[in-house]
Design a protein around this ligand. Structure first.
Ligand code: GLU
Length: 306
């Protein structure tokens, strides 16, 4: 019998409602602080092309760190193993914007999803692509099959004004010779990639290639190779949820990536992707209701990668 995803996500939306008041929206990027914390949306996309949505699933929001998966996919495809000379593949056990570990480890970030690692990936992306910003936007538009996806200039500018910690990380990386381009340029592309505005429906569509061994199942276009897709999923599993990767693996059991805009995307290889958005965050910086929604999703579908 086929799974009734629509009934499942409708039920989840009702069940997480009491949680919407419990988290806090990110305030360190002023433009994000204004978001209504009570929004909730969820989208499931199967590799057969069926989309199920509920709540605010078509609402655009700031994808923030979820964007790090797109740049990584691109850079892994271009650079292959050379990338790992500049960034590691282990969970950091530290906050996503920590400076301390970077010094101990001589300017080589622990993984591509903490901010220091993501800045290195963005640097690689700029190195590989002319007009990096528009190339990235085109790539994301193609993955999501939505030509209207764009940067949110207000969010990018807001983060630029207050992103002193990211500026510190970028300067630090530069001092270790682990940033090739100018600090200003890397930060500019980085703040823009984080500002990309997408919906749950977009994100679930855009991540389908990771549920299908690197190939977009609907267009049959190869986005990355099967090895890369496997490895990106592995990195999301171990490093994709800030300092809460263990909790997410335990409760949800799928590779995923979150952002401080309140989005989380998870991948069930060979089957589907699921994206959720609820802007109020828990203490680790992950969407509080989003974590619960994904936990309920794998509970009610009785499936996970484990
Ligand atoms: N642009 C945010 C920052 O660098 C991304 C944070 C996130 O979503 O993890 O602080």
């Amino acid at each position: 019998m086929s799974t009734d995803y629509q009934a499942i996500i409708n039920r989840i939306k009702d069940e997480v409602k009491p949680l919407l008041t419990q988290g806090k929206v990110a305030t360190y990027i002023p433009a994000l602080a204004r978001i209504n914390p009570y929004r909730f949306g969820m989208a499931v996309y199967t590799i057969n092309g069926e989309l199920f949505t509920c709540g605010d699933a078509q609402e655009y929001f700031s994808i923030q760190s979820i964007s790090k998966v797109f740049t990584l996919a691109r850079v892994m495809d271009r650079l292959g193993d050379a990338l790992w000379d500049r960034v590691g593949r282990e969970a950091s056990g530290n906050p996503f914007n920590s400076l301390v570990q970077l010094e101990y480890e001589n300017g080589k970030p622990r993984n591509p999803f903490i901010n220091a690692g993501a800045l290195v990936i963005t640097d690689c992306f700029i190195q590989e692509e002319q007009n990096a910003m528009s190339k990235l936007r085109d790539f994301v538009r193609a993955c999501a099959a939505n030509p209207n996806i764009d940067f949110d200039e207000e969010v990018a500018a807001s983060e630029k004004l207050t992103g002193h910690r990211n500026a510190a990380l970028a300067n630090f990386l530069k001092s270790y010779g682990n940033l090739i381009n100018e600090v200003e340029e890397v930060l500019d592309v980085y703040f823009h990639q984080c500002s990309l505005s997408m919906s749950c429906a977009d994100l679930s569509r855009a991540f389908l290639f990771l549920a299908n061994a690197g190939t977009d199942p609907l267009t049959c276009a190869a986005v990355c190779g099967p090895r890369q897709a496997k490895r990106i999923n592995a990195l999301m599993q171990t490093c994709g949820l800030y300092d809460e990767g263990g909790e997410f693996a335990y409760r949800v059991g799928l590779p995923g990536k979150s952002g401080v805009g309140g989005g989380i995307v998870a991948v069930m290889p060979g089957e589907l992707t699921v994206a959720v958005w609820s802007p109020a965050l828990n203490q680790a910086g992950n969407s509080l209701a989003g974590m619960k929604a994904l936990e309920l999703f794998t509970t009610y579908t009785a499936r996970s990668i484990f």
